[in-house]
Design a protein around this ligand. Structure first.
Ligand code: ZN
Length: 121
């Protein structure tokens, strides 16, 4: 089975992180006061605090955005596991064209259509 090329993988990773940042950033922007808070002395904030902070941001996202971030996180995990670009349903390779459109896609088109039909029932 052909796997996504390594340098391409890094591109997808970068893109996934970008989308994730943008999604979280939308919430940041919608809260005016958050800027002043964030510009405080960040060096005092521990990793845990940062993690809690971003979890709070995620909680304020809409369901759709949260779902998307979850899928992005899962995709990033699959990149680390070397399973990126493989359909989680049938194990077939997801076409790179599809990954270019939706870098966090976890299903091939056939499975996605099947699952969408199933969800509509
Ligand atoms: Zn599939």
């Amino acid at each position: 089975m052909k796997k996504v090329r390594k340098n391409k993988l890094n591109d997808f990773k970068k893109e996934l992180l970008e989308i994730r940042k943008k999604l979280a950033g939308e919430v940041e922007k919608s809260r005016d006061y958050s800027h002043e808070e964030a510009e405080g002395d960040m060096s005092d904030i521990t990793d845990d605090a940062v993690r809690t902070y971003s979890q709070q941001i995620i909680l304020q996202l809409g369901e759709r955005e949260r779902e998307q971030i979850k899928e992005i996180d899962e995709a990033l995990e699959r990149i680390d596991n070397g399973e990126y670009g493989i359909c989680v349903e049938c194990g077939e390779e997801i076409p790179e064209k599809r990954l270019n459109l939706i870098p966090y896609a976890k299903w091939c088109i056939t499975c996605k259509e099947k699952i969408e039909v199933r969800n509509k029932l």
